[in-house]
Design a protein around this ligand. Structure first.
Ligand SMILES: [Zn+2]
Ligand SMILES: [Zn+2]
Length: 155
């Protein structure tokens, strides 16, 4: 699977780190990334409506899997503040976090969703974590999720 990476103006600085981390974690499972460049955010304000942006990204990228990094806070209607979120083929990531390691972990989690993984209870990048637990998520897949990706590859 090829995932297209989009960014807004300020989040450009994180693109190469993101690309490297995504390929380090998922490359052995067939993931490649392609830098798609700048994508204008069609919303104003400090906080962005994540659901609307996901729809916009999906429209821009069509059925191709894509991840879009924006340098503002994201709020998902009915959920509240999120660092990242995804729909079937599109994922969003907020670069408005203080810690770049946190950004990477979130990116890997959303990439896992793009590859079809659900949440996992093990010590795993696919673990669902609350805001308080966000530091506890590792940057790698557990053996079960890795096996699930391998099983789905031939499809
Ligand atoms: Zn998730
Ligand atoms: Zn797992």
């Amino acid at each position: 699977m090829i995932v297209a990476i989009f960014h807004d103006r300020k989040s450009l600085v994180h693109v190469s780190a993101l690309k490297g981390a995504m390929e380090a974690c998922f490359g052995s499972h067939g993931l490649r990334t392609v830098e798609q460049g700048y994508l204008h955010v069609p919303q104003n304000g400090e906080t962005l409506d994540a659901a609307r942006l996901l729809g916009h990204l999906q429209q821009v990228s069509g059925a191709r899997p894509a991840l879009w990094m924006v340098d503002r806070e994201l709020e998902y209607p009915g959920i509240g503040r999120v660092f990242g979120c995804s729909s079937e083929h599109a994922a969003l990531l907020s670069a408005a976090v203080a810690d770049p390691q946190m950004l990477i972990r979130e990116a890997l989690h959303e990439t896992g969703h793009l590859l079809g993984l659900d949440h996992c209870r093990k010590h795993c990048v696919m673990k669902l974590t609350s805001y308080e637990e966000r530091e506890e998520r590792p940057r790698s897949l557990c053996a079960e999720c890795a096996a699930r990706l391998e099983a789905g590859r031939g499809r």
